[in-house]
Design a protein. Structure first.
Length: 473
């Protein structure tokens, strides 16, 4: 009995090993099998030109691709299309015409591209600072026209008209269609802005404002033109030439002689800037996986007779990864250097303006150079769901996605002090903030954040934000 049992046991083991080896060999051979892409069909693009969609695919018609590479190529193509911000949803399906031929079907659901909507916004550095200040006179209102997919060619046209706390007229155009391969582009900007109230200096790391009752305290004219080169899906380079002309009332120049420098009430300069961005994030708006790196170098004051003589260098990097089911980590670093040791107050903004430490929303810093690091650990409470809004008529607003995250975070920063730094100023000190928050990511790339933060001063509080905690470059 034991003899027969042993024979049966060894026979089962031998058969299992043979089947495993055969399956492995078959899988390996199957993964190496090459397929020819014989058809790429596109559906759902009522407005978007086929060439714009084909440009974002990592494969072309008649390309040869192995089965092992297929899923990665489809995933990367979906990410590329989502990051154009032209579509609400993107699906790519494939089928085998024969054992050697592959058919690809791209399905997109386009967004609403023409947005004529009213503007009602605050003029503070962030929403929490606006709530704390409570000054409703610092509200802008107006109208904003934007066409995000002009002519169906991913061109962007913006017209912005604002009055209220700030008056502004702005016209902006962007295109990546100078050649058939969509590698070369051009953009232009013209804006004119006036303010009756201006932050003219900082005291205790908070801006102090000057108000002109019946006059424009500041006027600003800004123009620029850019050439863009995109050799690969994830690599973008640009060169920008611009000119800025800003003036303030004589009173502001007297209150702060370093506002523009040398007690001047006018600041005029030309600028040339080079930027390069390598981006492998799964999403520009709310990245969970991937990485990016960006560098920018600008010469401010091309000619010797201008108000400024400065080189500005900015560096950004970000790394995001999934470390467990529903658990994600992310880290961003921002660094800025200026060659001038005596920057005018007008262009010396550091941490607290566009770049802030969570928990320090009420404060600003100014300086020649700074470094900022933001870190977060996010747990996905609600996985991304597609919701049909029953109360909305059929169309581009009928479906939306919703996901909810709980996060803990810690930010640190340092601003290099200068000769005007006082002993109690934050410049020259190690700055930090930490806390936790809830992030709702939903409709048309909206990110709503509620955070509870503690800063290096021991101050605590709840803060509300619209937008990602990381820069969506």
């Amino acid at each position: 009995m034991n003899h027969w049992a042993s024979k049966i046991f060894f026979q089962i083991c031998f058969t299992a090993i043979c089947l495993f080896n055969a399956t492995s060999a078959f899988s390996t051979e199957d993964e190496k099998r090459l397929l020819i892409i014989k058809e790429i069909s596109i559906k759902g693009n009522k407005k978007t030109n086929d060439k714009i969609i084909l440009r974002e695919l990592t494969f072309r018609l008649d390309d040869t691709i192995s089965i092992s590479e297929l899923n990665n190529n489809l995933t990367q193509s979906i990410q590329n299309l989502n990051n154009t911000l032209l579509f609400n949803f993107v699906y790519i399906n494939h089928s085998f015409e024969t054992t050697s031929y592959l058919q690809i079907e791209v399905n997109v659901e386009e967004r609403w591209y023409f947005w004529p909507f009213p503007i009602f916004e605050h003029s503070h550095r962030n929403l929490s600072a606006f709530f704390k200040d409570g000054d409703l006179s610092r509200v802008n209102y107006g109208v904003y026209f934007t066409i995000d997919n002009f002519r169906g060619l991913r061109e962007q046209l913006k017209i912005r008209l604002i009055w209220g706390y700030r008056k502004e007229i702005k016209l902006q155009y962007f295109s990546l269609n100078l050649d058939k391969e969509k590698k070369h582009g051009i953009s232009g900007l013209v804006s004119y802005q006036t303010n009756y109230e201006v932050p003219f200096q900082s005291v205790n790391n908070k801006p102090i404002y000057y108000s002109a009752n019946n006059a424009n305290a500041k006027k600003n004219l800004n123009t620029s033109i850019s050439y863009t080169y995109r050799p690969r899906h994830n690599w973008l380079q640009s060169v920008t030439i611009g000119w800025t002309n800003t003036s303030v009332l004589d009173t502001i120049a007297k209150l702060n002689p370093n506002y523009f420098g040398n007690s001047s009430n006018r600041f005029r300069y030309s600028q040339i800037k080079y930027e390069t961005l390598y981006d492998k994030r799964d999403s520009k708006i709310f990245p969970l996986e991937g990485y990016f790196g960006k560098a920018e170098i600008a010469r401010m004051g091309i000619f010797s007779n201008e108000n400024i003589d400065n080189w500005n260098i900015k560096l950004w990097s970000g790394f995001y990864s999934k470390i467990a089911e529903r658990l994600y980590t992310g880290s961003n670093v921002t660094v800025q250097f200026n060659s001038s040791n005596n920057l005018p107050y007008y262009i010396s903004d550091a941490i607290g303006y566009r770049n802030h430490i969570r928990g320090m929303e009420y404060y600003t810093t100014n300086g020649q150079s700074f470094a900022l690091n933001k870190n977060s650990l996010k747990y996905q409470l609600i996985k991304a769901k597609v919701i049909n809004l029953t109360f909305v008529p059929e169309g581009k607003f009928k479906k939306t996605h919703v996901s909810l995250f709980w996060s803990i975070f810690a930010d640190t920063g340092f601003v290099k002090p200068d000769q005007r730094t006082l002993p109690d100023d934050f410049e020259g000190k190690f700055l930090y903030g930490y806390g936790m928050g809830l992030y709702l990511y939903t409709y048309y790339d909206t990110v709503f954040r509620v955070e509870y933060s503690i800063n290096f001063l021991g101050e605590k509080g709840f803060f509300i934000h619209f937008g990602t905690p990381f820069l969506n470059l």
